[in-house]
Design a protein around this ligand. Structure first.
Ligand code: FAD
Ligand code: MLT
Ligand code: ZN
Length: 493
């Protein structure tokens, strides 16, 4: 058996060998084992989709991908791996943005894609119990006829899994209204690193029976175990939803606008999203959503997308129209203009402008993505400071960094600072780090608001967590995973 000592791994691990494949055949049917290891010997290109991330930034060298259908199969696989020192990378929809789902070397990939059944749904309580590999959009479609929605929504909804959402503690576009997954996830079923199936799949709203273990797996990015099922509280569908894009002459108006919108819309406000001018231009350039007219965007430094969700259409529309009139009629208007959606198609296309920025950025070039929590008032300062810093290093230009932009979730204090370049280069990377992390730390912010640490930020964890916190995180990791086989090199170095 070949032992590998990776650069960033402290323990020796084993690669998947032919004898392991023979054993996996006793657990899974042949079509659930994808391997380039003899005797299966698939061409390695068959594994490309599992070895490459969504951005084309991280590349793994996994030789084997297993696709179990049941928690028992996951348990049998993990037990074997624990006994044979084979490291595992749990993989959901592979839409993560920090390299967490990609092997650092040739770890075994356990894909949850075949665990995609709804186990139960109670239309009275709204509690949904689903396999971890269910795609978020398919769950939204499942609960819709029962007049419920998922408490989470994000641009990757067509590919990401609910298990991946929970593993990353994804935030997304509805967090302002429905809170984080730490609140809406009621229970989990998890296969621990020794193969034990931890059944915490309760559907209780209230359960104060000691330590709430499931919380540890929410946001653990697959380093403490493999989530195989999720029990989640789904809210009732709003009777009416509206949205409007507001064009602002100055970024400084965002904060007073947010206050005014919260005051006037109160309980029907469901999203307040920020788009700077560069982000808007890129979304339009790459055909995301419905562009505003030239007149509407003239003189706009940035945009805000406001969504309302409420119980009665006339009431909500009246509130939104009152808000727009008061904003436009003011002596010193905070906005230049507002474009209100008039029908479901326009509603979706206004959202597409915001949700499509991620895709637009990756169509434009290679993205360096910083997902940070900082005070709202400093969003623009940080974007501008990063641009000027790159300029001072001579890195702005056609063959280096082409765009520096900001967008994000105002209500959550979460800015997505993106740097688009012609290529991923060490020079740009060195200019950005630790620069960005030091700026974040100066605000006592978070270097990862919602995307996680993955492989990208393990070295930077200390900018947001003190030594004692990191030490206790390591103790928890060692307690659950003494052999260190579960997603090694992710979250913690
Ligand atoms: P993967 O990418 O497969 O995995 C992510 C991490 O979770 C990895 O560390 C992996 O090992 C682990 N993991 C996956 N499944 C399991 C499991 N069953 N058990 C244990 N560990 C597991 N994020 C936000 O927070 N908000 C957004 O608004 C948002 N928008 C996005 C828009 C786009 C277009 C894209 C591409 C990504 C976006 N993301 C966003 C990133 C986000 O983290 C993912 O989309 C999503 O939560 C990851 O789910 P996934 O199934 O693709 O997980
Ligand atoms: C978003 O808010 O659009 C997502 O978090 C994805 C991204 O940061 O690009
Ligand atoms: Zn986001």
């Amino acid at each position: 058996r070949l032992l590998r000592q990776g650069l960033r791994w402290r323990r020796p691990y084993s690669s998947v060998a032919a004898s392991d494949i023979e054993h996996f055949k006793t657990i899974l049917p042949p079509h659930a084992i994808l391997s380039t290891v003899s005797p299966s010997s698939l061409p390695s290109s068959e594994l490309d989709q599992y070895n490459n991330d969504w951005m084309g930034k991280y590349r793994g060298r996994a030789t084997t991908v297993l696709k179990p259908k049941t928690a028992q199969q996951v348990s049998d696989i993990v037990r074997w791996c624990a006994g044979h020192d084979i490291p595992i990378v749990p993989q959901g929809g592979n839409t993560g943005l920090v390299g967490g789902s990609i092997p650092l070397q040739d770890e075994l990939v356990v894909s949850l894609a075949n665990m995609n059944s709804v186990r139960s749904f109670d239309p009275v309580s709204g509690i949904l119990v689903a396999d971890a590999g269910c795609i978020l959009q398919s769950l939204t479609d499942y609960v819709a006829p029962h007049n419920h929605i998922m408490p989470i929504d994000l641009g990757a909804k067509g590919s990401c899994h609910i298990g991946g959402n929970v593993a990353t503690n994804a935030g997304g576009l509805r967090l302002l209204r429905y809170g984080s997954l730490h609140g809406s996830v009621l229970g989990l079923e998890v296969v621990l690193p020794d193969g034990t199936i931890l059944d915490q799949l309760t559907s209780l709203r209230k359960d104060n029976t000691g330590y709430d273990l499931k919380q540890l797996f929410i946001g653990a990015e697959g380093t403490l175990g493999i989530i195989t099922a999720v029990s989640i509280l789904t809210p009732p569908s709003p009777q009416a939803s509206n949205n409007v894009i507001l064009a602002l002459p100055h970024f400084d108006n965002v904060q007073p606008l947010y206050r005014a919108v919260k005051r006037q819309l109160s309980e029907i406000l469901s999203a307040f999203e920020f788009i700077d001018r560069t982000a808007y231009n890129l979304a339009v350039k790459h055909g995301q959503g419905r562009a505003l007219s030239d007149e509407d965007v003239e003189g706009a430094e940035c945009f805000v997308l406001v969504e309302t969700s409420g119980g009665r259409r006339e009431h909500d529309e009246e509130k939104l129209e009152d808000l727009l009139s008061s904003l436009m009629d003011s002596d010193e208007p905070l906005i230049n203009t507002g474009v209100l959606s008039q029908n479901p198609a326009q509603f979706s296309s206004l959202w597409a402008l915001r949700e499509g920025i991620t895709e637009a950025v990756s169509k434009e070039g290679k993205a360096y993505k910083y997902d940070i929590s900082i005070p709202l008032a400093s969003f623009k300062t940080v974007v501008d400071a990063t641009r000027e810093h790159l300029r001072s290093k001579g890195l702005l230009g056609e063959h280096a960094v082409t765009h520096v932009l900001g967008y994000g979730h105002v209500g959550d204090g979460n800015l997505h600072l993106n740097i688009v370049a012609a290529a991923y280069t060490q020079e740009i990377q060195d200019a950005l780090e630790p620069f960005v992390y030091e700026v974040v730390a100066s605000y006592r912010g978070s270097i990862s608001a919602e995307h996680g640490i993955g492989a990208m930020k393990t070295h930077a964890l200390h900018y947001s967590k003190n030594d004692a916190s990191i030490e206790w995180m390591k103790k928890i990791k060692t307690l659950f995973d003494p052999k260190g086989i579960m997603n090694p090199g992710k979250v913690l170095e």
